[in-house]
Design a protein around this ligand. Structure first.
Ligand code: GRF
Length: 209
């Protein structure tokens, strides 16, 4: 059984997609043991608690410094000792110490086709604003392992989504979530839970059944 801790910051629609996929059997061999949020009022925490899953608020504002928060966050994660950490709309940089201790065991969903529209300043709605500003016709989402960089870890999966005439950042974000994020993230967790992928030479490869 893959023990998973999910980190969230907002509405938790990606968390909900994972919960629904576990409930419907599309994701197997997986248990979410806790949900952590830097945003103490995040609706995602309510979604977790509604499923009987421990919701842990951990706001950087409650600590004297970012270093103190990073230490506490890493210590809490080590206490929880998950097999996999899933960043689902999580807007806080992962402490280097945590990346080291959970090497190739942290995954993130990014709402664009990495290496496009990613890196510092590219998160949430801002990604879709830049996509529309640039006028690209295809965008999408990416699931990747987290390394010490920002959105630079080995790519697990991607899914393309059309940009439609008249799209607003909000309508495009919704389509990317519905058609890509909510499909890719549960599928990646199921692959990892059932030993279907591994990382070799910085690239993700599928292990045939
Ligand atoms: C989504 O666009 C996600 O890709 C981004 O944050 C937004 C909200 O995610 N990282 P959620 O609804 O909190 O899962």
């Amino acid at each position: 059984m893959l023990k998973v801790v999910v980190c969230v910051s907002g509405g938790g629609t990606n968390l909900q997609a994972i919960l629904d996929a576990i409930g419907s059997g599309r994701v197997t061999n997986t248990e979410i043991t806790a949900v952590i949020s830097n945003n103490t009022g995040a609706k995602a925490l309510d979604r977790a608690r509604g499923h009987g899953i421990r919701g842990i608020p951990m706001s950087p504002k409650a600590y004297d410094s970012r270093d103190a928060f990073n230490r506490a966050f890493t210590e809490e994660m080590c206490r929880l000792a998950p097999d996999l950490i899933v960043l689902a709309g999580f807007l806080v940089k992962i402490p280097e110490e945590m990346v080291k201790r959970f090497s190739n065991r942290i995954i993130n969903i990014h709402p664009a086709l990495i290496p496009s529209f990613c890196g510092v300043g590219y998160y949430g709605l801002k990604v879709h604003e830049k996509v529309l500003e640039r006028g690209v016709k295809i965008t999408g989402a990416t699931v990747h392992f987290v390394n010490e960089g920002m959105d630079e870890g080995p790519i697990i999966s991607q899914k393309a989504v059309n940009v439609e005439e008249g799209d607003t950042p909000e309508s495009l974000q919704r389509r990317v979530m519905e058609q890509a994020e909510w499909i890719l993230l549960p599928a990646a967790i199921d692959d990892i839970a059932n030993g279907r992928i591994r990382v070799a030479d910085g690239k993700v490869c599928r292990i045939s059944d």
